[in-house]
Design a protein around this ligand. Structure first.
Ligand SMILES: [Zn+2]
Ligand SMILES: [Zn+2]
Length: 169
């Protein structure tokens, strides 16, 4: 979504409404993958406070990710806020890190929304609070019933280690 801010660049207090959608690309981040079947809704505004343009918006939508325990694909609602400082800068000056510099009179906000998502995504997502996860022995989905593994059995990988330790004694 590209926002034309030419009307408010020189006008203190000027405001442009944001009301649209942004399509986010699939994101792999911190071991999880997040994909978006539907565009993210962006509702807010960009206003001129005399020094810079302030972008404030609420983003809502849904994402597809995996249950942290059973790896099943799940749809999770997302909601996060954007609160950004935008400065028009084509003069080669350097700016604070937390300022977004844009050229000309149009601001492309897709990247800003994607960054905002990354700042807010995190934690573990579960298909349900009491997801039982996968059996560490056979990999069966324990939500679908017991797999028959004896939970006291030592994992074969550990068993091999136990043998080595015994031989060393
Ligand atoms: Zn699960
Ligand atoms: Zn099992």
């Amino acid at each position: 979504m590209t926002i034309d801010v030419s009307a408010i660049l020189k006008e203190l207090g000027g405001k442009v409404t944001l009301n649209g959608t942004v399509c986010l690309n699939d994101i792999g981040f911190l071991g999880g993958t997040y994909s978006f079947k539907e565009p993210v809704n962006v509702l807010g505004d960009i206003s001129n406070n005399g020094k810079s343009l302030i972008l404030r918006a609420k983003c809502t939508g849904t994402m597809l990710t995996q249950c942290a325990r059973c790896m099943k694909e799940i749809t999770v609602p997302i909601a996060f806020k954007l609160d950004e400082n935008l400065v028009q800068g084509d003069d080669g000056n350097s700016y604070d890190e937390d300022v977004i510099v844009f050229d000309g009179t149009a601001i492309e906000i897709d990247g800003i929304v994607a960054d905002g998502f990354l700042m807010n995504v995190g934690g573990k997502y579960l298909c349900r609070e009491d997801c039982r996860g996968l059996c560490p022995h056979c990999g069966a989905d324990l939500n679908e019933g017991e797999c028959g593994c004896d939970s006291d059995t030592i994992d074969p990988r550990w068993a091999a280690l136990v043998d080595i330790m015994k031989n060393n004694e």
